[in-house]
Design a protein around this ligand. Structure first.
Ligand SMILES: Cc1cc2nc3c(=O)[nH]c(=O)nc-3n(C[C@H](O)[C@H](O)[C@H](O)COP(=O)(O)OP(=O)(O)OC[C@H]3O[C@@H](n4cnc5c(N)ncnc54)[C@H](O)[C@@H]3O)c2cc1C
Length: 454
């Protein structure tokens, strides 16, 4: 027992400070508050409200977790951090997330693609349920309260707060009014400040600096779950066209990545779940106008070259007088068929007059080119949607954190949870699920450890 632990005023329970009131911080606060030993849990949030990112997530509907039930399947959806996440995910799997929210009066639904949403389609309901549960368990919530610095003491931590405009749900009751305090001494600190995506929501990367100052290392930070920009202007004119199931292959200077799923053309390139997943896989690969990546889109991922070629010949026999664009229109939406014809086929067959050439007269090479284009439409990727990514890949180095407790291996009493860690998932509720699971484990571990040291 340390000198400070011995000197603890028995009337004053251990203080657990949680920095950041997003998904991980809210769940950490709840799980810390329900442990025996009744620690004083203080949640510090610089915004004027909790869970800003939860509220906008899933287009405002909040894709709160995944409907996948087998944690092994769930863990396959994290390009980084899946091994580290094992303990947290087994102790708080998606089913626990669903049970927890339903027990707090938020009915959920699982859609056909396994995304789980509140039936109300309103992310605010998720935040309200969490806030209500925290208040019921005497968590002190301090809003408008930015943590500016965290200093490690011989035992415990001193947090410097900028809380001039702070509002606390407990006011003077705790003897520690938020408005007066400029420091808070805590026995345990849980850092849940998030990543640096959508910075205007409050997740401006403060936690990275705190972690480094407390001796931790960061892995390289990079945008993940982003749309991709194409050099081809003609692709931008297809904005709005979507495909439920394509296969994408992306060759960067470092790696080749593949992903299957829905695709959407946008005014600057491509987007949609398959593209987001590809951008996650390639998060640390260089993609610039000077060093573009090469993308191929297979619009018929369940077919094979022989089958597609046979189908093309069948359509040519049925429609011998169709021109290239109209024939292609039997396979893909007409606007894309037109672009394939003018942008890819015409330049490759400049010796033929494609605008008047009828299907019956297509040479073998043209038939082969049509099949090749339908299964590997080439696009040059020159960048990601800057500032529009959903999550930050990279973060606090997982080697320095104990996955069984979320406690720092370098500094006793310091815990991490959520996107601040070097963990990121695909779309589909996996990022929030990682935050709930690591937050629950960090809160529970910090409170247990605080209770044991009293
Ligand atoms: C537009 C968008 C949509 C998304 N949709 C989904 C989805 O549907 N499903 C899904 O699973 N994931 C989704 N995500 C990702 C998911 O929202 C995040 O991964 C998750 O919210 C991260 O939770 P967190 O608690 O780690 O961090 P955050 O939610 O970022 O919370 C961090 C909190 O810390 C506070 N903070 C930061 N610094 C300080 C400081 N110095 N002092 C005090 N407070 C501080 C911030 O204000 C913030 O409230 C989406 C992300 C975005 C941007």
């Amino acid at each position: 027992m340390s000198a400070r632990d011995k000197n603890l005023d028995r009337n004053n329970p251990p203080v657990i400070a949680i920095v950041g009131g997003g998904a991980a911080g809210l769940m950490a606060a709840y799980f810390a508050s329900i442990q025996t030993g009744h620690p004083r849990v203080v949640l510090l949030e610089k915004n004027s409200g909790l869970g800003a990112k939860i509220i906008i997530s899933g287009g405002g509907r909040c894709n709160v977790t995944t409907g996948l039930t087998d944690p092994r399947e769930v863990l396959k959806n994290y390009p980084r951090g899946s091994r580290f996440l094992r303990t947290a995910m087994y102790s708080f799997p998606p089913q626990s997330t669903m049970d927890w929210f339903e027990s707090q009066g938020v009915p959920l639904k699982t859609e056909t693609d396994q995304r789980v949403f509140p039936i109300s389609n309103d992310g605010r309901q998720i935040v309200e349920a969490l806030e209500k549960a925290l208040l019921a368990n005497n968590v002190q919530i301090r809003l408008n309260c930015a943590v500016k610095n965290i200093e490690a003491l011989t035992s415990g931590f001193r947090l410097k707060l900028d809380s001039t405009a702070a509002k606390s749900n407990q006011g003077n009751k705790s003897g520690n009014t938020a408005a007066k305090d400029s420091t808070l001494t805590a026995d345990r600190v849980i850092l849940t400040t998030g990543g640096s995506a959508y910075r205007h929501t409050g997740s401006s990367g403060d936690g990275y600096a705190f972690a480094e100052k407390l001796g931790h290392h960061l892995t390289t930070l990079a945008p993940s779950l982003a749309a991709l920009q194409t050099v081809e202007q003609w692709a931008h004119q297809l904005s709005g066209i979507s495909f439920p199931d394509v296969e994408l292959a992306l060759q960067t200077s470092a790696n080749r990545h593949r992903r299957r799923g829905p695709l959407l053309f946008t005014h600057r390139g491509i987007s949609g779940p398959a593209v987001f997943a590809l951008s996650a896989l390639a998060a640390h690969d260089l993609i610039t106008p000077q060093q573009p990546a090469h993308l191929q889109i297979n619009f018929f991922p369940d077919s094979n070259p022989e089958k597609l070629s046979a189908e093309l010949n069948r359509q040519i026999d049925r429609h011998p007088n169709k021109k290239a664009a109209n024939l292609l229109g039997l396979f893909v939406p007409h606007s894309l068929a037109e672009k394939i014809s003018t942008e890819l086929l015409t330049p490759a067959f400049s010796d033929k007059n494609l605008t008047s050439l009828t299907a019956a007269n297509f040479p073998k090479a043209l038939r082969q080119k049509i099949c090749a284009t339908l299964t590997a439409l080439p696009l040059e990727i020159i960048g990601r949607g800057a500032g529009e990514e959903f999550v930050t890949a990279g973060g606090v180095d997982l080697k320095e954190v104990n996955p069984a407790t979320m406690e720092s291996r370098l500094r006793r009493g310091l815990y991490f949870a959520g996107e601040l860690l070097d963990i990121d998932g695909f779309t589909g509720g996996f990022n929030l699920q990682a935050s709930w699971a690591t937050g629950a484990l960090a809160g529970e571990s910090a409170a247990r450890s605080a209770a044991n040291s009293c």
